[in-house]
Design a protein around this ligand. Structure first.
Ligand SMILES: *Cc1c(COP(=O)(O)O)cnc(C)c1O
Length: 721
């Protein structure tokens, strides 16, 4: 076989095993062709990955007592030795830069000694850090990181690839694109490689940046049809039509243009480029496309800025201030992001939650019809899948059908799902083929979880426009690893930015993928992408892999919920404990009160005392805590007061009238009232640790051990009041 074709064959077979969703042509054109040792390496790596292995949780983590310490040590040593080999053999003819004699010099030794001393200091200090790995840590949305993620990260970090540009990360850029497609499949955007190639997903530093990017794209997309109209005028492109009704573009007012659907909008852009190219046969096609894109960009809201963009829309073309609708329990990154992209944090309208702490669909519907009536552009609607406080899942299927309904009436918007926390649970719902699993089968496997409502919401994710999902939360991957996935990959072009020095250019390879061109961030760790990649290879993001892990956590959460109810019965003479709701995912919220206390201020003070025993405290080392939980404060301003009042009255014996706004609280305090507060203190336990049901000691698992401590702590807190 000729050298060239042999290499090509190798890289295709090898890489098509390493990558499952990248299309062979994409890989063939991008995989570095230098030296065959690396390629062979990839071939071997890939071969083993085609098997499906049962997921044994016990082999997947270092273990609460580092039970798998030797295994991890062996692998890390392998990684490091292999890495040293790589350095030694890059131009073996080069001389050593550091000579053995130099390594014995006094200065050398002094530096090493200092390094050693400082390292021990750091290691010592770190012992005061939070033991996320322990089943005794049941607080925030973090648990142990998996071994594949840990080893994948550390191994790749040594190579220090920068995924901003292909030139600085030829392997990990491809890995990141592949991971984006795996996530797209897990979330329901498609099953086949060709379908997945039409999506666009990548790793971000976290959910905050994922959400920010979705806001950025949604804003650009919303106003794109207006840019097309101006660009078409400028370039004398006629005959464009938009929307299903095939209305001529010239005759559409700004209001109609901003209410094209996201797909119609992206189609219109393509139509414009094709029309311009068609009208200019004298130009090279590439040149014509570049000119059309250039012109579009000149009229884009991100180029002009809001001031210049909106000031051109006059008379019946003028637009009202655009808004975003999101649930009351949205993550604060959405307000941050809306401010940052110039939509305005104040234009993010919060829709109250229902009694399950999910966005109230009736109220959303009402808000949307009001926007239609007032002709107020809606840039985006955001449903949270796995709310940060409650783990609640927004009724995504209702959001999808509501959008269909109101699009018919002339109002359209970009639909985003903030699944930073709960998004990974989609793995439970998908067969390895990508097909949706049935509700009955899932409930049987996961102890009654999920409810039909939650099942329908996950099933509907494939119809939204973008989803944020954090591997560094339910993916058990180290920080920083968030992700955002767009259903229509064309979205990324709307925010594309050229940079002369790094992102391709004329000298570059024609097919190079430069992530930096299409994303918000610049330099970013290829190690993060590799950590997610290796995790997915060992534990696939479907029913057989992550589905097993996360379904187990949902089961644990239900057990916690039910045992909390049992505890409530056993302490009812002195204390009240009550869960907020049956969890949609794996977070349980609960409240405590003294029996026969109807004052909210006292309930909160009592809860704070108790919380001090169950949280990190600057004065007492973490080792003195038997369990660590987290808490949230439900404020009058940010929650649906009616729902919380009835919760207080029915479940906690507190007078609902004592729950008031901050303003009212000040007023009442000045009048000498007692009993009131503007917040409700809620305990929050995230049940992510997969060893929670293991025996802690004396044949009790960690939930039992935790609940057994509670009565004593309650008495202590009462005594301290
Ligand atoms: C955690 C979280 C975020 C933010 O993600 P980071 O990774 O912390 O930036 C956004 N939305 C939701 C629902 C979250 O739970």
């Amino acid at each position: 076989m000729k050298e060239g074709s042999r290499r090509k064959k190798l890289s295709q077979t090898g890489s098509s095993r390493l990558f499952r969703y990248l299309i062979p042509e994409e890989i063939a054109s991008l995989l570095p062709q230098h030296g065959s040792s690396k390629e062979l390496n990839l071939v071997r790596l890939g071969e083993r990955n085609t098997e499906t292995t049962p997921v044994d949780i016990k082999a997947l983590f270092l273990g609460p007592k580092a039970e798998n310490g030797e295994l991890a040590e062996k692998m890390l040593l392998q990684v490091f030795r292999d890495y040293i080999f790589w350095r030694r053999n890059f131009h073996p003819e080069d001389m050593s830069a550091i000579q053995p004699e130099e390594q014995t010099s006094a200065e050398y030794q002094r530096l090493v000694a200092r390094f050693q001393r400082e390292l021990f200091m750091l290691l010592g200090e770190l012992k005061a850090d939070i033991p996320f790995y322990s089943p005794r840590y049941i607080g925030h949305m973090v648990a142990d990181i998996s071994l594949p993620a840990m080893v994948g990260y550390l191994a790749t970090m040594l190579y220090n690839p920068n995924n901003v540009s292909w030139e600085a990360s030829p392997i990990t850029t491809l890995i990141e694109v592949e991971v984006g497609r795996e996530l797209a499949k897990m979330l329901g955007f498609g099953n086949m490689p060709q379908e997945l190639a039409r999506t666009w997903g990548h790793i971000t530093s976290g959910g905050t940046v994922g959400n920010l990017e979705a806001l950025w794209v949604a804003k650009a997309l919303k106003f794109l049809p207006i840019a097309v109209r101006f660009a078409a005028q400028e370039l004398n492109v006629t005959g464009l039509t938009a929307s299903r009704a095939r209305i001529p573009l010239e005759s559409m007012r700004a209001w109609d243009l901003v209410n094209l659907t996201p797909t119609e909008t992206l189609d219109l852009k393509d139509q414009f480029i094709a029309a311009y190219t068609g009208a200019h046969p004298e130009l090279e096609p590439q040149e014509a496309v570049a000119e059309a894109v250039q012109q579009l960009k000149a009229h884009n809201i991100l180029t002009l800025g809001d001031q210049a963009f909106f000031s051109r829309l006059r008379g019946e073309d003028s637009l009202n201030t655009p808004v975003i609708f999101a649930s009351q329990t949205m993550h604060y990154s959405l307000q941050k992001g809306a401010g940052l992209v110039g939509i305005g944090a104040g234009q993010v309208i919060s829709i109250p939650v229902d009694k399950y702490y999910r966005m109230d669909r009736g109220l959303l519907r009402q808000a949307l019809y009001e926007a239609l009536e007032m002709q107020r552009p809606v840039i985006m609607v955001i449903g949270v899948v796995g709310s940060t406080e409650e783990g609640a899942v927004a009724p995504m299927y209702e959001l999808v059908s509501l959008r269909e309904e109101i699009t018919e009436q002339g109002l359209s918007f970009f639909l985003h799902c903030d699944g930073a926390y709960g998004g990974y649970m989609a793995a439970c719902f998908r067969k390895p083929s990508g097909e949706l699993r049935s509700l009955a089968e899932m409930q049987k496997e996961y102890g009654g979880w999920p409810t039909s409502e939650v099942h329908q919401s996950f099933a509907a994710l494939g119809a939204v426009d973008s989803i944020t999902v954090d591997p560094h939360k339910l993916g058990y991957v180290p920080y920083p690893a968030g992700a955002v996935v767009f259903r229509d990959g064309r979205s990324k072009e709307l925010v594309a930015q050229e940079a002369a020095y790094a992102l391709g250019g004329r000298a570059g390879h024609p097919n190079e993928i430069h992530l930096g061109k299409f994303i918000l961030e610049g330099s970013k760790p290829g190690a993060a992408a590799a950590a997610v990649f290796l995790s997915h290879r060992v534990v696939p993001p479907d029913q057989g892999g992550y589905g097993k892990l996360l379904g187990h956590t949902a089961k644990i959460a239900r057990k916690f919920y039910h045992r909390l109810l049992l505890l409530a019965q056993s302490i009812q003479d002195d204390f009240i404990v009550t869960p907020l709701v049956l969890p949609d995912t794996n977070i349980v919220d609960y409240c405590f009160n003294l029996a026969n206390n109807d004052r909210l201020d006292i309930m909160n003070r009592f809860s704070q005392r108790l919380y001090q025993e169950l949280s990190i405290h600057p004065e007492s080392p973490v080792q003195t805590r038997s369990f660590i939980v987290s808490h949230i404060e439900f404020s009058y301003a940010n929650y649906n007061p009616e729902i919380l009042k009835s919760f207080l009255e029915q479940k906690l014996g507190v007078k609902g009238d004592y729950f008031v706004s901050s303003k009212e609280l000040k007023q009442r305090l000045s009048e000498g009232w007692v009993g009131c507060d503007d917040e409700i203190m809620v305990f929050r336990t995230t049940l992510m640790n997969l060893f929670t049901l293991e025996e802690a000691w004396g044949a009790k698992d960690y939930i039992d051990s935790f609940l057994e401590e509670i009565p004593g702590l309650l008495r202590k807190a009462r005594a301290a009041l």
